[in-house]
Design a protein around this ligand. Structure first.
Ligand SMILES: [Zn+2]
Length: 287
């Protein structure tokens, strides 16, 4: 069973009106201004999953700064999960600065079949994940439902790229420290946070935090898999592509061939860890 925990799809309406949305959201412009930046639909994602023999994908839209645009993005995720209930697990985009309004949107989306929140973009949505006050309503609700929060993270070092931002490891550590029961998926290898799990107090604070491998090819040498498995433990690493940014079949092949993982480690990273986190039980979907 392979589960890709970080993919993005966009409604055809938003994709068709790209220039309008570029003007309406600074971070959307940062991420999609490049004419080569791709959008995917639910159909193209499911077709790609079929090719790559991926059982399920966690699907997100775009976390706009404006909560109204988040809701529009969420409507398409809800529709996608309804159309492909065996294949897609949906996350809702919300604006944490909205406090109770963010909780209201989360609850609307959970009732409609989504499974958590993500991929939140602190740099684009202009909220501080390290602020206990800002995050309290949303984190409390997520903990109540046992639903995870996926958040973009990036490296305080290295090359720049569109959408990198400054959601660095200290902010994520602070978020996890403020809400120890909250299940967090720190995207893009947590910006290097796994290394600090070699410090006992950091490891303790991050007991409910996971790392996804989204966009790994653009960020790290494939030895990152071994290094992170050593530092944080293999049970915290979740396979992810950031599709359509990376091709799913190619990344699956490369991880199998180049990451230096044992068959048992591969099973955990490629699907078993995510199945536990998202409470996926019952028979595996055969594809
Ligand atoms: Zn991201």
């Amino acid at each position: 069973m392979i589960i890709d925990v970080h993919t993005h799809i966009m409604s055809p309406e938003i994709a068709a009106a790209k220039t309008v949305y570029l003007a309406r959201d600074r971070w959307f412009d940062e991420c999609y201004r490049d004419p080569k930046a791709r959008f995917a639909t639910a159909e193209s994602l499911v077709a790609s999953m079929h090719t790559a023999r991926i059982t399920r994908a966690v699907v997100t839209g775009f976390a706009f700064a404006d909560p109204g645009l988040c809701a529009a993005s969420n409507d398409y995720i809800i529709e996608a999960v309804r159309r492909f209930p065996d294949r897609l697990i949906g996350l809702a985009a919300v604006q944490p600065n909205g406090g109770d309004a963010a909780v209201y949107e989360l609850e609307r989306c959970l009732k409609a079949g989504l499974s958590g929140v993500g991929e939140l973009l602190p740099d684009g949505q202009d909220f501080d994940p390290a602020s206990r006050e800002t995050m309290l309503p949303l984190a409390t609700a997520l903990q109540k439902y046992g639903a995870p929060l996926m958040i973009h993270t990036s490296e305080p070092v290295g090359h720049l790229y569109p959408g990198k931002g400054k959601t660095w490891p200290p902010k994520i550590l602070e978020l996890a420290t403020n809400f120890p029961e909250l299940k967090i998926i720190a995207a893009h290898w947590g910006g290097g946070l796994p290394f600090y799990e070699l410090m006992p107090e950091v490891r303790l604070a991050l007991a409910n935090l996971y790392y996804d491998t989204a966009a790994t090819t653009y960020l790290y040498d494939f030895r990152v898999f071994r290094a992170a498995a050593l530092a944080s433990g293999v049970s915290k690493i979740l396979f992810a592509t950031d599709y359509p940014l990376l091709k799913q079949d190619r990344l699956v092949r490369r991880i199998r061939g180049e990451a230096g993982l044992s068959p048992e480690e591969l099973d955990l990273i490629m699907g078993q860890n995510a199945a536990l986190l998202f409470n996926l039980t019952g028979p595996e979907t055969n594809i």
